[in-house]
Design a protein around this ligand. Structure first.
Ligand code: CA2
Length: 148
């Protein structure tokens, strides 16, 4: 059975490619999903791609991942900097977590420098644009299949 990777996107990322291209580029979230699905197919991985503007919906999706996912790629967006609830949910998830930020949060306002999620993540990719999502997927493709 194919391993499923959950790709979770936080608030306002549904507006990618429609505003602030100087920070976030011109690709839409649908463009990212298409590219990730193409790469996942090559790598024999299945994706569950999700975006929500609601903290609780993201927490619920992480709970679902506990039973369903071999890993999580998460861009928690603004919740990175505020959400202990998302950190607590991720701490109940046993498989690897990779945190992705399109922009380099460390070059931006001070309030973006700290992410609650980073303490749980196996790796953090920031500042490489939307390529970061594909690199995160590469990480999962390079991992040995459990039980093999
Ligand atoms: O760089 C990232 O990926 C962020 O997670 C994006 C978040 C921001 O709060 C984090 O500090 C860094 C913001 C996502 C909002 O995306 C927009 C896209 C287009 C137009 C407006 C917002």
């Amino acid at each position: 059975m194919q391993q499923v990777i959950y790709v979770l996107n936080g608030p306002n990322l549904n507006l990618l490619g429609k505003r602030q291209p100087e920070i976030y580029g011109t690709e839409t979230l649908a463009d990212i999903e298409l590219k990730m699905r193409a790469k996942a197919k090559q790598q024999g991985l299945e994706l569950d791609f999700f975006q929500s503007n609601h903290e609780g919906a993201i927490v619920d999706k992480i709970h679902e991942a506990r039973e369903m996912a071999a890993g999580i790629i998460i861009n928690p967006a603004a919740y990175s900097h505020t959400s202990v609830a998302i950190l607590d949910a991720l701490n109940t998830f046993d498989a690897p977590v990779i945190e992705v930020h399109i922009s380099n949060i460390h070059q931006r306002e001070a309030f973006r420098h700290h992410s609650w999620v980073s303490s749980r993540a196996e790796g953090v990719i920031a500042g490489l644009g939307t390529l970061g999502y594909l690199l995160a997927l590469e990480y999962f493709a390079s991992m040995p299949v459990a039980g093999a």
